[in-house]
Design a protein around this ligand. Sequence first.
Ligand SMILES: NC(=O)c1ccc[n+]([C@@H]2O[C@H](COP(=O)([O-])OP(=O)(O)OC[C@H]3O[C@@H](n4cnc5c(N)ncnc54)[C@H](O)[C@@H]3O)[C@@H](O)[C@H]2O)c1
Length: 327
Amino acid sequence: MSKLGIGFIGCGGIHTAHAPSLVDNPDAFIACAMDVNPEAVKKHQENYGATCGTTSLDELLAHPEVEAVVVCTPTAFHKEGVLAAAAAGKHIFCEKPMSLSVADCEEMDAAARKAGVVLQLGFVRHFCNEWLKLREILQDGIIGRPVSWRQMMSSSGPAVPWFNDAKIGGGPFIDGCVHNYDFGRFIFGDASNVVTDITRMKSDRTAWDTGTVIVNYGSGDQQVICWSWGLPGDGLSSGFFHDVLGPEGFISFPGGNTLTVTRADGVQEVEFEADDGGIWFRRQMAHFIECCKTGAQPEAGGKEGLEATRIAAAALDNGGRPTIVTL
Ligand SMILES: NC(=O)c1ccc[n+]([C@@H]2O[C@H](COP(=O)([O-])OP(=O)(O)OC[C@H]3O[C@@H](n4cnc5c(N)ncnc54)[C@H](O)[C@@H]3O)[C@@H](O)[C@H]2O)c1
């Protein structure tokens, strides 16, 4: 089978997680790299060797060897890349969040369906052994149902300013937490409502940076997400803390290659194969290439991108102040 030609739209931070997966993959190659910043294009070519580099989206999409694109632009610009790629008949891998509004996501999903191209979202946790093991344990009911999954994280947030611009990145309650919303849906099914109280600790930004979002699922399960990108400095982080409480026990995460299940009848270490760094991204990209070649539905597609954005949009509704939004 011939190698799939890939074009990058955006060659910044996250593209450096995807490009090595393509350089190593025997079924694909990087045909062209595009970024509005010529320095980013040059750096891509030096590091990953695409022979074609351009600052023009039209030029990238007209390249005869580009059959699929990987959209790695800041979130507010995903839509333009996805719509143009779909119109040009290219398969699409789009980084998460899909976009900042539900209406944008609906348009993007509809465009990919109409064009008959693959649209995969960058929900990389679907390719991580630890997250998949957690899903298996919860769905097996080892700690009973419904559960309450508590997730806490605080940090300085990304150093690149657009992440905290409400109109470009949207801040942590969409940019970071969209992974949590998506994985919650992947385990529990559709959300039924969202309860939010978020605020802003830093005044130099337009996005909300600190607070709590509770997502209630139709299954009766709940996620309680307490996040902040409001810590000072660059790179300060409290790390992640999460656990899952159920009527028959709780799950904790000691790190390494185990999850701990504690029930009234004892403590059980559940082992899984630990992942090496970067392997999630490699599995994710291999899956995308496979879908492009076979026409299979991706693990996390436009529908998943749209529904995760629906939860984020509900969380950010009413300016993030206390509200209950029925979905
Ligand atoms: N899956 C993950 O875990 C993960 C991690 C980090 C970032 N992301 C997502 O990936 C996307 C990009 O994030 P990043 O960290 O790479 O950002 P970044 O700022 O490091 O890189 C973005 C690149 O896009 C370029 N760009 C801006 N506008 C463009 C346009 N209209 N057309 C083409 N290029 C354009 C910029 O010049 C820059 O090189 C965001 O949506 C972000 O949320 C996902």
